[in-house]
Design a protein around this ligand. Structure first.
Ligand code: GLC
Length: 537
């Protein structure tokens, strides 16, 4: 019990990812901005979240919508500049919310002064900040690596006669993490942003950074096999990425950052697409990252057995995982989980997503919502000719715009997102998708999520998260953590009657159930209905 009293703020917290360009536009230019976030803080506190992750707000040419940084120390005027960030931090902190940024340091923008200098001459002091190589002896790129966003991972620079490496767009050159000067720069950045009041960072592509020093060719996966993660071209998914990403020595970089983070009270959470919970758990420790996302559920379609098996495997692997169903890079959970050969049943997808959120809400670690998941949003519709995502241009089936269409706040022109013309299509939303309409309906998805997060907070306030040990029965369908138990019917048929072994304080399907008005007796769980029970109430 004492350990819990002293537990750091991020243990068992609820996080919310804000995709900044599409959350809320305060100045009417059609782009989401920081003042827009500030104006919507009540939505987030009422929801019951503890920490916000803002996607990159640094100066950027926006080739990859902020994931191409040209100045790490300045907030892009498109998002409102430095003052808007300071105002957001002040307002968020006053409400007890933490705010983390997005550290994108596998690569910079090609407009970053480091790269401009690096590309100016082979002798420039910044040359070694990036990865430059001569053409292969027979001509052409130095090896067979491919970019996640299409084509070779090498771009030829006429001026200096060498290739530079870019695992994403050519406008996103990879930094050379084997150069100690690069590591020093990033240490200083962490300290800089801690001084500005950020509470931590989500670390973009946290397991990329280092490449094998000899840059050998990647082997191809056996014929017909694809990497089990999306968000990339088929060519990328056909390679066994043994040498370009996920090098074992990347942990040393995280260990270095952790020392800086501990000095400045920063929380570090990694974006690591390692789906196997065992190796993923190695990223999280008192010396490495505080947490890392486990992405086992962001690429998969709905299959109750498989989902239960995946969650079972991950649930006990680490007390520090971050649980997510989606993000700005993947098809939204409600669409993915509602898809069947006959089309998309969004209602079913929403119910499945909510049942999973109920299970996730009691797992040790951090539970994350991606903006709009609280509304049960499905994918937005973006006509191909209006696509904005660089990946969509080369691999349309992996296009990311569908997860990035503007938040529908209220019915009417601009959906309460903007008074201007949104930078990306509105997505084909319906008034019932909006936060305003759902707020007034006790049975809405928004209210189900609000009740869930408030119940969770009520549980945590009574300190029953007294163990990180999770016991699962029947796949993940019955999950126990100390005094808390979740019963979730992941199947598409109603269960036999179940005698509740303890009072239920949350019921996905019945807004009347609460800690003050628990449910007891016998229940038959409808498809995807889930309950949270607490013993010793
Ligand atoms: C991460 C981001 C993605 C971005 C990529 C390159 O995967 O989530 O949006 O395009 O890194 O920075």
């Amino acid at each position: 019990m004492t350990a819990r009293v002293l537990a750091p703020w991020w243990r068992d917290a609820v996080g919310y990812q804000i995709y900044l360009p599409s959350f809320a536009d305060a100045d009417g230019d059609g782009w989401g901005d920081l003042a827009g976030v500030t104006a919507r803080l009540d939505h987030l506190t009422d929801l019951g979240v503890d920490v916000l992750w803002l996607t990159p707000f640094f100066v950027s040419p926006m080739v990859d919508h902020g994931y191409d940084v040209a100045d790490y120390r300045t907030v892009d005027p498109l998002f409102g500049g430095d003052e808007a960030l300071q105002e957001l931090l002040a307002q968020a902190h006053a409400r007890g919310l933490r705010v983390i940024g997005d550290l994108v340091v596998n690569h910079t923008s090609d407009q970053h002064p480091w790269f401009r200098a690096s590309a100016s001459s082979r002798d420039d002091p910044y040359r070694d900040y990036y990865i430059w190589r001569d053409p292969a002896p027979s001509g052409g790129p130095p090896n067979n690596w491919v970019s996640q966003f299409g084509g070779s991972a090498w771009a030829f620079d006429e001026r200096t006669g060498q290739y530079y490496l870019h695992l994403f767009r050519p406008e996103q050159p990879d930094l050379n993490w084997r150069n100690p000067a690069v590591a020093d720069e990033v240490d200083a950045l962490l300290a800089f942003w801690a001084g500005r009041g950020l509470d931590g960072f989500r670390i973009d592509t946290a397991a990329y950074l280092l490449k094998h020093p000899d840059l050998p060719d990647n082997p191809l996966l056996p014929d017909g096999t694809l990497l089990p993660v999306g968000g990339a071209t088929l060519d990328f998914r056909r390679q066994d990425h043994r040498y370009d990403i996920h090098q074992p020595d990347v942990h040393a970089i995280h260990e270095r950052w952790r020392q800086v983070a501990d000095r400045h009270h920063l929380f570090l959470i990694g974006e690591v697409y390692e789906l196997d919970p065992g190796p993923l758990a190695e990223f999280v420790s008192a010396e490495r990252l505080h947490s890392t996302f486990w992405f086992g559920l962001v690429d998969v379609p709905w299959d109750a057995k498989n989902i239960a098996a995946l969650l079972t495997a991950a649930a006990g692997a680490s007390p520090g995982f971050s649980w997510a169903q989606g993000n700005h890079d993947r098809s939204r959970a409600a669409t993915r989980y509602g898809r069947s050969p006959g089309g998309v049943d969004l209602l079913a997808g929403r119910r499945r997503s909510l049942a999973l959120h109920t299970l996730m809400s009691v797992l040790p670690g951090v539970m994350w919502l991606y903006q709009g998941e609280e509304l049960g949003l499905g994918d937005g519709v973006v006509p191909a000719e209006l696509a904005a995502d660089p990946l969509a241009a080369v691999q349309p089936d992996q296009g990311r715009d569908r997860a990035r269409t503007p938040m529908p706040w209220s019915p009417g022109k601009g959906w309460g997102f903007t008074d201007g013309r949104p930078w990306l299509s509105e997505g084909g939303r319906h008034p019932s998708d909006t936060a305003a309409v759902q707020l007034d309906e006790p049975g809405s998805h928004l209210n189900a999520i609000r009740r869930l997060l408030h119940t969770r907070r009520w549980i945590a306030a009574g300190a029953p998260f007294d163990t990180d040990v999770v016991v699962l029965d029947d796949g993940a369908r019955a999950l126990c953590r100390g005094r808390i138990r979740v019963l979730a019917n992941l199947d598409d048929t109603t269960t036999d009657p179940i005698d509740l072994p303890a009072p239920a304080v949350y019921d996905t399907d019945d807004p009347r159930v609460s800690p003050q008005q628990p449910r007891t007796g016998t229940v038959r769980l409808a498809p995807q209905q889930a309950l949270i029970l607490v013993t010793g109430l």
